[in-house]
Design a protein around this ligand. Structure first.
Ligand code: SIN
Length: 495
């Protein structure tokens, strides 16, 4: 980190603590009892600011506000709803630098990635602004001459959105964009580690002309009172969650009580397969991009890198050299490629996965240790492990950190079987120059998102979501808005 960079000074100059309150019915307010909790910088462990620690009372008020705002917003013409989304996207892009700095301060990712995330987040708003204007119904030819059959598509109703810390802006807009485009109103709860980016979005939407009550924001440290209120309230018709499979299962059980619709974007265990016929440079760069995005803290990060034996030695050598050269540090420094992990627990998991792999016979090709010289932040030296295998913890669980295990393989059939041998099915990647193989692999991989010679397939225009225990439903793409619409069938007798 350059010596001129004082992250705490950047924080003081960037953050206005008075902006970070609960947003209920368009009014910014403290928690009832004045309770707050600390938001800290994972790069320095320094306090950034405090935000309201809301409970059941504030959540109930937010649901009431969303329910009160629903009829008017649902009846607002689609082009007017779209215009609000487009204005919000424009404001985000105008403030990209400021928003990216806030994100880096609270989440730790390098500023270049944070800028990219703001653009990615805004793109969901423009995409769904377009989709708002194309919510077509249907007419169906009836079998009786005196009947007309119609299908209307209407907003689901009040939606609760629960979002994670790894993409503090984009995971909200990927849900909020289609919800508002469809005519739904929202109560959102951002992750307790990264509430500031979400609260900034609340300000932006009000400035963009979104009526009060359409987007309510609750910050809290303990999610239980929030969850109890939203799952008990009949008016909340849908819950969308991005986070762990473990929590997703709890939410599925909770949703049964009032039969709410659910969208779940859960954990992954992405295979990244490098065939011997691949372009070696492209495969090395692709594995770097996929594995080390956000220091390995994405649900779609490569988790197991399978390399065909004929390509294994050159790939391992080049990949380990490239990983060893990645600059680690405070995300605010312009040269940083790898920021800190989110907290001490995340770092402990990385450590556990590495020691289990080394005990099981893996070899350390680079990295392998925390960075005690990096101050109070949760930094980990980017790591590559050679000769890993499917039995190791690192191949069975999602590591969510900057560690890449390389697993050699001998043939297509075996690697496909191994790649699919997991309860998860979010994203998978393959590098090959053989078109027929590319098709076979894309069809054979049991995953919702497949990148062939593409390490970052995520985009607002395409469906994002998983198979098996990686979730339910799709976000983004042409089908993303369907998650927030109900189909209503009308049979019209014409005598
Ligand atoms: C995630 O990690 O859940 C999201 C990553 C992406 O949108 O590409």
């Amino acid at each position: 980190m350059p010596s001129s960079l004082n992250p705490d000074a950047v924080a003081m100059a960037t953050l206005e603590p008075s902006r970070y309150l609960l947003c209920i019915a368009g009014a910014w307010q403290a928690a009832h009892a004045g309770a707050t909790f600390a938001v800290t910088n994972p790069a320095t462990n320094a306090l950034l600011t405090a935000v309201p620690d809301a409970g059941a009372t504030e959540t109930q008020a937010a649901v009431d506000a969303a329910a009160a705002a629903l009829p008017t917003w649902a009846a607002t013409p689609a082009p007017a709803r779209a215009a609000v989304l487009r204005r919000a996207a424009m404001l985000m892009l105008e403030r990209q630098e400021h928003l990216a700095t806030i994100m880096t301060l609270e989440q730790g990712k390098p500023l270049s990635e944070a800028r990219g995330e703001i653009a990615y987040a805004a793109s969901f708003l423009t995409w769904f602004a377009g989709e708002a204007e194309r919510i077509y119904g249907m007419t169906i030819p009836a079998s009786q001459p005196h009947k007309r059959l119609l299908v209307l598509r209407q907003p689901v109703g009040v939606c609760a959105l629960i979002t994670p810390w790894n993409f503090p802006s984009a995971m909200i807009t990927r849900k909020l964009g289609p919800a508002l485009a469809a005519g739904c109103t929202v109560v959102a709860k951002p992750a307790e580690q990264t509430p500031l980016s979400a609260l900034e979005l609340g300000h932006i939407f009000l400035e963009a002309g979104l009526p009060p009550g359409c987007f309510n924001l609750i910050t809290c440290q303990n999610p239980e009172p929030f969850a109890e209120v939203i799952f008990a309230d009949e008016r909340v018709r849908k819950v969308s969650f991005t986070g762990s499979t473990e929590v997703g299962k709890l939410l599925m059980r909770a949703a049964a009580t009032t039969v709410k619709r659910l969208s779940l974007e859960l954990g992954g265990n992405a295979p990244f397969i490098v065939f011997a016929d691949a372009d070696l440079d492209a495969a090395v760069q692709g594995a770097l991009a996929s594995k080390f995005r956000n220091a390995g803290q994405t649900c779609v990060c490569a988790n197991r890198i399978f390399v065909e034996r004929a390509m294994y030695a050159p790939f391992a050598e080049r990949f380990a050299a490239a990983v060893a050269a990645l600059p680690v540090g405070n995300g605010l420094a312009p040269t940083t490629a790898i920021g800190p992990l989110i907290d001490a627990q995340a770092r402990a998991k990385v450590e556990r996965h590495i020691s289990d792999a080394l005990a099981g016979g893996a070899t350390l090709l680079t990295g392998g240790a925390a960075m005690p010289d990096a101050g109070a932040g949760h930094f980990w030296r980017p790591t590559v492990l050679g000769a890993a295998n499917a039995q190791m913890l690192i191949a069975r669980e999602e590591t969510f950190g900057p560690v890449a295990p390389l697993i050699p393989f001998d043939d297509e059939t075996t690697v496909l079987r191994e790649a699919n041998a997991t309860p998860f099915g979010l994203a998978a990647y393959a590098y090959t120059r053989d078109l027929a193989r590319a098709w076979r692999i894309a069809e054979g991989l049991e995953y919702g998102i497949i990148g062939i010679n593409d390490p970052i397939p995520s985009t607002a225009q395409a469906p994002f979501g998983g198979l098996k225990q990686s979730g339910l439903g799709r976000e983004g793409g042409p089908s993303g808005i369907d998650e927030y619409l109900e189909e209503k069938y009308v049979a019209l007798g014409i005598g």
